[in-house]
Design a protein around this ligand. Structure first.
Ligand SMILES: Cc1cc2nc3c(=O)[nH]c(=O)nc-3n(C[C@H](O)[C@H](O)[C@H](O)COP(=O)(O)OP(=O)(O)OC[C@H]3O[C@@H](n4cnc5c(N)ncnc54)[C@H](O)[C@@H]3O)c2cc1C
Length: 355
């Protein structure tokens, strides 16, 4: 819920002595699954990096805390914890409204912290580039993803030849340089500092868990690849996680050796995970359904009844529902993969997640 700028600015409990032109508002903080809800906290749509610095120095002088907030598309109480009261001296800086541009620089992309992965990947895909690896959802900010060392799946297959300038690992592993707000001893103030990947001090900023404020990042991109995505739901965990001496064709380690990029979703109280495998395939295999759009597992985003109802009951504390929930979501996945022709697809990674 938003409270109008005028009333917020004049509220008795408004953040004190704010720098000129900063007009915060109150907003209910609610994360993706609604498990973290905090009373209407003071929030502000920060306009640029210099404003973040100004507000860091203001917060330091006035006993307040600033926290970066992206799309709140997570589960962890990193930005604020459940039940944070409206009186908390915390100002949330929403980066998604104004700090959301990017541009290519050679084979790297320079992005402001609040750009969504959807926009970022679309921008580089238009220039025939991509990332080897990124989280499944695209409505997350690049800085929010870096804060948690966000990942998709990106190991090279055995014998795979790395493309020129390509890299593997989490998105944090693609960082060439980043700019963060840091404390400057000499001036006794917060200021902006750009760290290169070769600088040992960059380490904590690559996975800061939100205890830093990034304003801009420069990431390595790869030339665009084509992938074949295959999924299975009939392999048991005994075969998948077999000991090395018993590992067969369907063991996770064999799959990683064969294709490198493998994801597993193992629903609670079931024994056959949803296996997703992405294989570099420059030509479309005849049996693969072509797709050029992202989000090819719509059922995973909009779970059909009764899955959401069961999930709601589990979240509400009825843990005894968990086995029924696991079985329902497994059955939904197995059926939907078949009915939506999503068991074997061939795609360019045009945006976040062909998953
Ligand atoms: C349904 C679902 C599926 C997901 N799938 C994946 C997945 O496949 N792979 C994966 O890796 N993750 C996945 N995630 C997790 C997601 O990537 C993280 O929760 C991510 O942090 C969300 O980004 P956000 O922009 O919403 O950040 P927010 O939730 O708003 O913030 C998360 C953290 O990032 C910090 N932060 C935000 N902006 C900045 C900044 N400018 N500087 C420093 N810190 C900042 C915040 O302070 C906070 O600590 C998933 C989450 C959900 C809900």
């Amino acid at each position: 819920m938003l409270v109008g700028y005028q009333s917020a600015a004049h509220a008795a409990d408004a953040p004190p002595s704010l720098p000129q032109g900063i007009r915060p508002y109150r907003e209910l903080y609610k994360n993706w699954d609604g498990a973290i809800v905090a009373a209407e906290l003071w929030s502000y749509d920060v306009r640029n990096a210099q404003e973040v610095v100004t507000l860091a120095n203001w917060a330091h002088a006035n006993g307040w805390t600033i926290r970066a907030r992206g799309y709140r598309h997570g589960w962890s109480p990193l930005t604020v914890a459940e039940g944070t009261p409206a009186t908390a001296k915390v100002l949330l800086l929403n980066t998604t409204k104004h700090m959301d541009s990017c541009y290519m620089h050679g084979t790297t992309v320079v992005a402001q912290a609040g750009i969504s992965m959807n926009s970022l990947v679309r921008h580089i895909a238009d220039r025939k580039h991509g990332f080897t690896n990124m989280p499944a959802p695209g409505d997350v900010t690049v800085a929010g993803v870096l804060a948690v060392n966000g990942h998709g799946t990106a190991l090279p297959a055995r014998g795979e030849k790395r493309q020129q300038c390509a890299t593997y690992g989490s998105l944090s592993n693609t960082v060439h340089a980043l700019t963060a707000v840091v404390w400057d001893e000499a001036s006794g103030k917060y200021t902006l500092k750009t760290f290169q990947r070769t600088d040992p001090e960059i380490g904590p900023f690559l996975t800061s868990m939100g205890r830093a404020f990034l304003t801009e990042v420069q990431l390595q991109t790869n030339p665009m690849e084509h992938y074949r995505c295959r999924t299975w739901t009939h392999i048991s965990v005994r075969d998948l996680f077999a000991a090395p001496e018993k590992a067969g064709y369907w063991s996770l380690s064999s799959m990683i050796d064969r294709v490198g990029r493998v994801g597993l979703i193992w629903y609670t109280f079931t024994d056959k995970p949803w296996i997703q495998q992405w294989e570099v395939a420059r030509r479309r295999p005849l049996v693969s359904r072509p797709t050029i759009t992202p989000y090819n597992f719509p059922f995973a985003d909009r779970l059909p009844s009764p899955v959401p109802e069961l999930l709601g009951q589990v979240v509400a504390g009825n843990q005894h529902i968990a086995p029924a929930f696991g079985k329902a979501v497994y059955a939904t996945t197995a059926t939907s993969l078949t009915t939506t022709l999503a068991r074997d697809m061939w795609a360019r990674p045009t945006t976040s997640s062909t998953s």
